[in-house]
Design a protein around this ligand. Sequence first.
Ligand code: FNR
Length: 379
Amino acid sequence: EIYFGGLMRGVKPTLPVDFKTLEARAQAALPPATLSYVQGGCGDEFTQDHNAEAFKSWGLVPRMMVDCTTRDLSIDLFGIKLPSPVFMAPIGVIGLCAQDGHGDIATARAAAATGVPMVASTLMNDPMEQVAAAMGDTPGFFQLYTPKNRDVAESLVARAEASGFKAIVVTLDTWVTGWRPRDLNEANFPQLRGHALANYMSDPAFRALLAKPPEEDPQAAVAQWGATFGKTLTWADLPWLRSMTKLPLILKGICHPDDARRAIDGGVDGIYCSNHGGRQANGGVAAIDMLPGVVEASGKTPVMFDSGVRSGSDVVKALALGAAAVGIGRPYAYGLALGGVAGVVHVLRSILAEADLLMAVDGYPTLTDLRAAGLVRRP
Ligand code: FNR
C-alpha cells in the first residue's frame, strides 16, 4: 500500500519512509534539548553508531523459485499471538516528544492501531493504568526500572498486572545513568524529570514513603524519587524478581551468553539482548554482533532484541540471526515527535512493509525459513 501509493499514484507520504531522512527532519524540527535526549548516547557515541553500522556486515542470501505470494510474519511470544515480529522498545520520558506531553498514551494508541506491542517504560508521563487502557486489544509489556525499595517495586509490578500488561521486562543496565555528554551539556535533567514520574507519584507504596503527598510538597517527592530510583541488581535478586509476578519475566540488557544461561537457570521466560542503544555504556561491541551468542546460549527460550534497528532489512537480519522479536527504538520516537500517533504508525508500517517486501523478494515466505537460512558475514 505504501509502495504502490508512491509509485503508481504519486501519493507522497506525510513523513519520510527511511530512517536517515526521518532523523534529518527530526533534527531540524525538535528543540535542541529534546533532540539531545533522544538522539544522544554515551561517551563519543561510538557504540551507538556502531550498533546501526554493524548491520551492514551481515547479509541475507536470496533464494529463487520459491512461492512467496503470501508471507507469514506472525509470531507467538510467551504464548501471546502477535501479527508481526516487532515491538516498540521502552522509551522513558517520551512525553517530551509529544506536543501535548502525553507521549506514552500516543504510543499506546499507535500500538492499538497497528497491533505492534509497546513495552511501556517505568518512566511515564501518565500513570500506567491510563497508558494500558489506550492500547486497546494490543498486548503491552511493562518495563521495570527496579526501585531500591522492594515495596515500591512490588507495587509497580502488581499495578502492571492489574492494568492488563502481559509481561514484565526488567531492565538491568540502568541502575545509574551512563555518561551522556549531550544531556549533561544541555543540563537536561529538570526537563526530563517533568515527563517521567507519573508512575511513582501515583503509587501507593511510594506515597507511603512521603511525609506529605506530592501534590502538597512536590520538591520532597522528587527528592524521595531520586533516593528510591535505581537498585543495583545482582543474581541474588533474581529469585525475588521471579517471585514478584506470574507473568512472563524477561531480563533486558543481556549481551553475554553466560548471563543468558544464568538468567534461564533462574527461571526467566525471555532474554532481551540489547545494549540500550549505546546510551548506557560506550564499549564498542555492537548489539547485533552479540545476538548470535545469546541466541545459542538461550536454546528454546525466546530472545527479544533491540539496538540499532533502523529499517525493515535490519528487522529481517535480526530475525535471521535468531531473535524471536525485534525492538524499534529511536525511529518511533522521531515518528511521534514529527507526527504524533499517525507518525508512530507511519514509522512502524514503513519498517514492516520493507521487511515483508524483502522476505518476498529474497524467497523467504516464513520466519522459520528465514531462521533456517541465517545470514552470512561480509568478508
Ligand atoms: C531508551 N531506552 C530505554 N530502555 C529501557 O529499558 N527503559 C527506558 O526507559 C528507556 N528509555 C529510553 C529513552 C530513549 C530516548 C531512548 C532512545 C532509549 C532504550 C531502548 O529501550 C532501546 O534499548 C534502544 O532505544 C535501542 O537503541 P536504538 O535502536 O533506539 O538506537
